[in-house]
Ligand binder design. Sequence first.
Ligand code: GLY
Ligand code: MN
Ligand code: MN
Length: 434
Amino acid sequence: MKRTEFERRRRQLMRMVGKGGIAILPAAPVRMRSRDVEYRYRQDSDFYYLTGFAEPEAVAVLVPGRPQGEYLLFCRERHPEKELWDGRRAGQDGAVATFGADDAFPIDDIDDILPGLIEGCDRVYYTMGMYSDFDSRIADWVNSLRTGASRGLHTPTEFVALDHLLHDMRLYKSRSEISAMRKSAKVAVAAHKRAMQITRPGIHEYEVEAEFRHEFRRNSAWASYSPIVAGGANACTLHYVDNGDVLNDGDLLLIDAGCELDYYASDITRTFPVNGRFTPEQRAVYEIVLEAQLAAIDKTVRGNHWNDPHDAAVRIITRGLKKLGLLEGPPAKLIRDGAYRQFYMHRTGHWLGMDVHDVGDYKVGDEWRVLESGMVTTVEPGIYIPNKRNVPKRFRNIGVRIEDDVAITTKGPDVLSKGLMKDPDDIEAWMARA
Ligand code: GLY
Ligand code: MN
Ligand code: MN
């Protein structure tokens, strides 16, 4: 992402915050995996969205209209010895020269500087409840002003939820964000194609997972969530991430895996036969899900409501389940009663962006949100048939989901993951080429 994009975002946010406001954003804390081993550091999405700064121990402050500088960055000081162990730091000079801060200070000086900045403002814009340690530091800084009120210190009168402003901005993707998301989807598509080609009876789910991690890393990406590689009945466990079983001849394999590239996520699911050929029952279920997915994508257009794609998918899935003999009764009643939920228990999509389940409201007041250009959503219907006595044996343990990433544009739905086949004949042909 270019530096100008981050500048544009800060300007946009500062226009909304306005004079008299101060926005404060902490970097994500470092998290421990076990004992003294850290997880690989991932910057907080909101912080990165505004700064492009990937180091921990930093705080960004925006003070619109402040004559001495509107964008301040507190960050770690340069430290040759520590950098020898842990890698380069931008330091305060880098924060200004490379990251466009108007001024930068050592993070260790924040207690001395930030209360003074808050004091000059009426409104504090901050996202409460994300990082409890930082919440209490904010409270301490404000309290230090309150206790100084008798000495003439001024305290802000309003606290505003910063996430409301920022998350609405993040919901509308710019042209460069869509392009980043297309790249992320492209890497995930290549990984899914690779997985289809190496899959055969007898290998383990984790061996297929390894193909994803290999393809992601060789493209400088990381998994954006734990890949779900679920053979046979495992596909009916929606968040199956053990990926430890052998893949059996005659079973389906459901893979839900996407990557994060340059801070943008993809989220793609395909379901295909382990041995390369769908059985008639598997194909029948698959074709219903595919029809539902295509219908839902058709509804992912400007002016429709957030729920329209879901409603379209539910109609087709309910009719399909009835045709297979898994549901009985008039479809309208089955939908009204939610009978389809035995087999389709999740929603058809979610916003996608820097986070897999990205930010942004789904409702405005009591109404579903109207879809607009620049929004990106997944479209991911599925059917999961449990191993229950009321279900014909031949359908038991079949789990199918098909998931693509779709940008809403003036020209209609733009499927960012369209490079990945999903027609059952195309899948069989691709697997036969292995
Ligand atoms: N991979 C998570 C989801 O599809 O929502
Ligand atoms: Mn997914
Ligand atoms: Mn998803």
